[in-house]
Design a protein around this ligand. Structure first.
Ligand SMILES: [Zn+2]
Ligand SMILES: [Zn+2]
Ligand SMILES: [Zn+2]
Length: 148
């Protein structure tokens, strides 16, 4: 995964929170450390479990509230990979998700794949496409070739 354009360090992220007028709490710092250490997409439940592994008293609602705040100031974003809950990760360079409807494998797609879609949707419909938010569903090579 290429984190171009991402907030790469916890300190940078904390600086962004401060300049947005937010308060730095130990739990916020911990959650940012967890998000920075592992760039995979995780659900709020998974992130709460990771926080609680270090700090057992933190409630799920706290994790949820912090994620909402981080998303509001643009540090974190979420996406939906077909069924199942939304997953969160630090905001990275724009990318899309290709999700296999058969086995659930997710492929992170290069943003160049969506350039034409974004341009044409804007030109024809005045519609601004966000290719990251929802996954493009289909079948991966492995599952597609089973039927072929
Ligand atoms: Zn959403
Ligand atoms: Zn598959
Ligand atoms: Zn992603």
């Amino acid at each position: 995964m290429d984190p171009r354009g991402a907030t790469s360090t916890v300190e940078e992220a904390l600086e962004r929170i401060r300049s947005a007028g937010g308060r730095i709490t130990p739990t916020k710092r911990l959650l940012l450390e967890i998000l920075t250490a592992d760039p995979t997409h995780r659900t709020t439940d998974e992130l709460t479990a990771a926080v609680q592994a270090e700090s057992p008293d933190v409630a799920a609602s706290t994790t949820y509230r912090i994620l909402e705040e981080l998303e509001r100031i643009g540090l974190v974003e979420h996406s939906h990979a077909g069924k199942g809950p939304a997953t969160y990760h630090l905001r990275t360079a724009a990318h899309g998700h290709l999700v296999c409807q058969v086995c659930g494998t997710m492929t992170e797609a290069d943003p160049s794949l969506f350039v034409e879609l974004i341009t044409e949707a804007a030109a024809r419909y005045g519609f601004s496409v966000d290719p990251h938010h929802f996954a493009v569903l289909g079948e991966c090579t492995r599952c597609g070739s089973i039927e072929a």
